[in-house]
Design a protein around this ligand. Structure first.
Ligand code: ARG
Length: 398
């Protein structure tokens, strides 16, 4: 491979991507530009900038992508009701395509010939970065130094970092690998690698243990317009403020912990712990509104699609024609998904308890067993006869 001359690196400020800056310069003698996105990881981005420059980056680009991330990525997954293997709200998986989008944009602006990321060779994230970059600009080289470099252990990497004056965080007590954004937190490694072990409390960052959650429930009302959340308890909120608030209160009530063994795209099973209080509340409320407002067949068909949608996001195929086509279909189904859902947070659970909408398909006079009943009971007889007809044919033939 021809040596890259100018590389834009997706820089987190952590140990790996800091070592990558040095390593790229040492190995290729190239210029390294750092790109960092604020996606709600609660880090001081000015510190990240300083660290990148101190480590050898020639320039740093920092973008606040929280709102775009929620609107154009997370809310699409929400409208699809996409949960990977029925549980994972996809925070990390949704985050990689937007990082890749701006990584490519910065590379094009800067006239770079390559981009780089800090993902390993056995995870999903390498696939998401590289496939996204290929989909957006197939002429850009995409480097994955962690897959290539000579360090055979964490210790060797730390030694290299220390030799080059890169600060190494003390990780003895908290040996977890954490990927954090405003939609969800992914936690792995350490004791969590034993799927039989219950995750210790210190693995969780933003959720209280349900044992310690308040003894009284908390009720919330969430308004949706066109399938997207727009207000909390009657107060209009932008996506970022809404998520921050839901993460905070949901976390207080112990809502949104997920503990699972999942199938990575590369074929490995891994034990993952997630925290997504806000997303968990939104998924529960949104789904409840769909129960009220979607006709049965659309609701059912969307359920099949949700599985595929989650798979596609997880597999790194965000920038694919199929995802766009599915979004077009899903948006059509959300045109009348406007209304309010009341949920109850209690000891780790988020339970929808009330729902209303101007587009509700719930018809009291059809549903009631009271005097107001307007259903034509006699029609039931013919319905049963026709519905059961094929089975009666089978029975007679036997
Ligand atoms: N298993 C999750 C995914 O593939 C999270 C991966 C990143 N996790 C981490 N702790 N760095 O989307």
């Amino acid at each position: 491979m021809e040596k890259p001359k100018k590389v834009v690196l997706a820089y987190s400020g952590g140990l790996d991507t800091s070592v990558i800056i040095r390593w790229l310069i040492d190995n290729y003698g190239c210029e390294v530009i750092a790109f960092s996105a604020d996606v709600g990881q609660q880090e001081d981005m000015e510190e990240v900038r300083k660290k990148a420059l101190a480590t050898g980056a020639s320039k740093v680009h920092i973008y606040d992508l929280k709102e775009e991330f929620l609107r154009d990525y997370c809310f699409k997954a929400l409208k699809a009701q996409a949960l990977y293997e029925g549980k994972y709200p996809l925070g990390t998986a949704l985050n990689r395509p937007i990082i890749s989008k701006y990584l490519v944009e910065v590379a094009e602006k800067e006239g770079a010939d390559a981009v780089a990321h800090g993902a390993t060779g056995k995870g999903n994230d390498q696939v998401r970065f590289e496939v996204s970059v290929m989909a957006l600009n197939p002429d850009l080289k995409c480097l994955a130094p962690v897959r290539e470099w000579e360090f055979r252990s964490r210790e060797e990497e730390i030694e290299y970092a220390q030799k080059h004056g890169i600060p190494v965080p003390v990780t003895k007590d908290k040996p977890y690998s954490i990927d954090l954004n405003i939609w969800s937190i992914s936690i792995e490694c350490g004791i969590l690698e034993d799927p039989w072990e219950e995750p210790p409390e210190d693995a969780y960052l933003i959720t209280k243990s349900p044992h310690e959650a308040p003894d009284e429930p908390l009720y919330l009302e969430i308004d949706f317009e066109g399938g997207e959340p727009v207000s909390l308890n009657g107060e209009k909120m932008d996506p970022v403020s809404l998520m921050l608030k839901l993460n905070e209160v949901g976390g207080q009530y112990g809502v949104g912990r997920v503990d699972m063994v999942e199938n990575r795209l590369v074929g490995i099973k891994s034990r993952e712990v997630y925290e997504a209080p806000g997303a968990t509340i939104l998924y529960a409320a949104h789904r409840e509104l769909e129960h009220l407002c979607l006709d049965r067949e659309t609701f059912r068909f969307k359920e099949y699609l949700a599985v595929k949608y989650a798979e596609l996001v997880y597999y790194g195929l965000w920038f694919s024609p199929l995802r766009e086509a599915m979004d077009a279909f899903i948006n059509k189904t959300q045109e009348r998904l406007t209304g309010t859902v009341r949920v109850k947070l209690y000891k780790g659970q988020c339970i929808p308890v009330g729902r209303q909408s101007p587009y509700s398909l719930y018809d009291y006079e059809l549903a009631t067993y009271d005097a107001a009943d307007a259903f034509e009971h006699r029609a039931g007889e013919g319905f049963c006869k026709i519905w059961g007809l094929p089975l009666s044919v089978v029975a007679r033939k036997k």
